[in-house]
Design a protein around this ligand. Structure first.
Ligand code: BDP
Length: 680
């Protein structure tokens, strides 16, 4: 197609000696078994190998044809591996192994199921793309999370809520797109990164989108589901809790009403007639004007369980979001939005049936550049939980500014909740390793659209890739993922690899430097959320205040004098955040209201820290531009110029942030910059 292949470029390997070694393993591909997923794997191997090595593998279905590469999930394949290894493979796991056979050897690519084989095929191609040796392989892989999901916020009219990369890939003018070739390439990209579930429509479900679960659109949804299925990806839909009223002609959506229950059961039956392996529903209920069970004096468990019962006979899941809070008056300090999810859901632990999974945003507020980890993780030991991350950069530069989010996500995943003692990290909890749970995993809000490069900023492709890789293996480091992505996407020139890898790894911190300071968040323009607005939400009802005055800034969320939010954490996190002495600098203003002269652990005062970081943030973006320009000629002109223009845009943005934030705090505090720099 006329769009970017992203990390599946499969550029010809120039090193002839290496290509020759690879060809030895890729000359004859034998596929044992057949299914749409195995066909996808075979096609990917064929295309990838042809493109990387310049020769197509000979295809066969017969072992007597002297295979060099065997792709299978069959019993025959099992015969070549140790029983314990086979039993250690999860449903989606796989093995890449060199098998000696009568003085000869071949490469076995064995999945526990066809899906495993597909992931194995992508792994093999990645080894070649990153120039790794293929001899004496013995690689065993299992996914670290069962659910590895992408949530789209796409609307039927083709727009994308918080989308920064063009229009929806799926929808146009109230219908589902007819041409599916690009969807197929999207499925390839997702599967190659390990994604196995997708919800295609916005969590804010309008009347139009309700039609997705009716006969008028289900046949088209089913066509999309077919494409994704061939890549091991299950289709989910977001539903509106009031659908029985909006499209069912009922006068209520009360989850305990028998008519309402019947209506949902019938919907489920019809959906499964079209999509036999339908994944289930994603639900945003009683949140930001979306309807929900609370209207009927029912709680979230009653609401979620009702939908779960309708899906249960078919094997479907309810992904119920915990992004729930009450709108608040800024004059009323008795409530705190950060507390809301925990206050709503923690008391319901144990009440959700086992095909409900609660989806919890990484932080207690809303995808800010810096937030503490949500205290809900690990707090509901008898409830399925999954983590929600925002790949789309709503609050982190909107795919104009460079912001590689994997380092942030790593901090979230590695955070120790202490829910069941030391080592109860978020990744262990959502990986289902701390408390027994049937469903768990990770979801990411998509950052793609129909732009030629999929993500607006070409370098934002790394966030999509990184999300998938982390969902597959949360133990990968940010460095590994960054370098891998650069090699796949921009090749192996060492200057390119090092520069780009380092820029990615630094970029989140740089973005943080020039935006809202020390975890206070939210100093963004209301509505679209790009660029600074110092008092943007300060006197509104969204519950996102910073409380800056002439003496100080920050939100007191302590148990002693504040909202008591710190009390939602397990010890010792609770004490660590509660105390000014031990609260980490970068989260100081999230937890404490302090004077501008308060000294950070770094030794700087808060006000001097604000000035310094904002000057530094701009300088770091200038430095990005310098480093990037040194890559001229080493990267194709189109992508080189594109990234350069994005970086220049970012510099404008960073300057605006610096000047507005510094001026605001200078005027509030009256304290001049120690270094005498110009503050407007
Ligand atoms: C916020 C977005 C809003 C979403 C909401 C959500 O601003 O557009 O609908 O999250 O997650 O970050 O439901």
């Amino acid at each position: 197609g006329d769009y970017d292949p992203c990390w599946l470029r499969y550029e010809r390997i120039e090193d002839e000696a290496l290509a020759e070694q690879y060809r030895k393993w890729c000359g004859n591909l034998t596929v044992l078994g057949s299914s749409p997923i195995l066909e996808s794997a075979r096609d990917e191997l064929t295309a990838g190998i042809s493109s990387l090595l310049g020769v197509a593998p000979a295809l066969s279905r017969d072992l007597r044809d002297f295979p060099s590469l065997v792709l299978t999930a069959s019993a025959e394949g099992r015969g070549w591996v140790d029983r314990r290894v086979w039993e250690g493979l999860d449903e989606e796991g796989y093995l890449l192994k060199t098998v000696e056979r009568g003085g000869d050897a071949f490469l076995l690519l064995l999945g526990k199921t066809d899906r495993g084989a597909l992931y194995g095929a992508f792994h093999l191609l990645r080894l070649m793309q990153t120039r790794r040796p293929l001899h004496s392989l013995e690689i065993v892989e299992n996914p670290g999370n069962r659910l590895r999901m992408i949530n789209h916020w796409d609307n039927l009219d083709g727009s994308v809520e918080r989308g920064y990369a063009g229009k929806s890939l799926f929808f146009r003018k109230g219908r589902i797109v007819r041409r599916l070739d690009r969807i197929r390439d999207y499925a390839r990209l997702l599967a190659s990164a390990g994604i196995n579930a997708i919800s295609i429509n916005n969590v804010n479900v309008g009347p139009d989108e309700c039609r997705l679960i009716t006969g008028s659109l289900l046949p088209d949804v089913a066509r999309l589901a077919d494409v994704f299925r061939a890549y091991g990806i299950r289709m989910f839909l977001s539903v509106n809790f009031a659908s029985p009223m909006w499209i069912g002609g009922l006068s209520t959506a009360d989850p305990l009403d028998p008519e309402v229950r019947r209506w949902w059961r019938e919907r489920a039956e019809e959906i499964y007639r079209h999509i036999p392996d339908f994944g289930g529903f994603v639900v945003k209920a009683d949140s930001e004007h979306q309807p929900g069970p609370l209207t009927y004096n029912r709680d979230h468990a009653e609401g979620a369980n009702m939908l779960a019962e309708a899906l249960r006979p078919h094997g479907g899941l309810v992904v119920w979001r915990c992004f729930v809070y009450n709108f608040q008056d800024w004059r009323d300090r008795s409530t705190d939005r950060a507390r809301a999810a925990y206050d709503h859901f923690k008391p319901l632990d144990g009440r959700f049936v086992d095909n409900v999974v609660l989806q919890v945003k990484n932080g207690p507020m809303d995808f800010q550049v810096r937030e503490p980890v949500s205290p809900l993780f690990g707090a509901m030991e008898r409830t399925n939980q999954m983590l929600e991350l925002q790949i789309t950069q709503e609050y982190t530069g909107q795919q104009k500014d460079l912001c590689f989010l994997v380092p942030q996500w790593k901090e979230v995943l590695d955070f120790d909740t202490h829910a069941a003692g030391k080592g109860s990290t978020v990744k262990a909890i959502v990986g289902g390793k701390v408390f027994p749970c049937r469903h768990s995993g990770m979801a990411g809000v998509s950052n793609v659209g129909d732009d030629r490069n999929w993500t607006g900023h070409t370098l934002a492709q790394a966030n999509l890739y990184g999300f998938g890789r982390l969902a597959w293996n949360p133990d990968l480091s940010a460095e590994e993922i960054a370098e891998e992505w650069v090699r796949l996407t921009f090749g192996h020139d060492s200057r390119v690899v090092e520069t780009l890898r380092d820029m990615l790894l630094e970029s989140w911190r740089v973005y943080e430097l020039y935006t809202a300071p020390l975890g206070v968040g939210w100093m963004v323009k209301p509505g679209h959320h790009y660029g600074p607005d110092v008092d943007g939400y300060e006197y509104s009802y969204w519950g996102t205040y910073h409380y800056a005055d002439h003496r100080g800034i920050g939100v007191d969320r302590t148990m002693k004098t504040g909202t008591g939010f710190t009390g939602q954490y397990f010890s010792p996190n609770r004490e660590r955040f509660e105390s000014l002495e031990t609260c980490p600098d970068e989260l100081l203003l999230f937890f404490h209201h302090v004077p501008y002269t308060h000294r950070l652990k770094s030794g700087e005062t808060v006000i001097q820290h604000i000035y310094n970081t904002h000057f530094e943030g701009v300088e770091r973006v200038e430095d990005f531009i310098r480093r990037w320009t040194r890559l001229k000629g080493k990267i194709d002109a189109e992508r080189y110029e594109h990234v350069l223009s994005k970086l220049r845009e970012q510099l404008e943005n960073a300057r605006e942030w610096r000047d507005v934030i510094n001026a605001y705090f200078f005027r509030k505090s009256g304290i001049p910059d120690e270094k005498g720099r110009k503050i407007y």
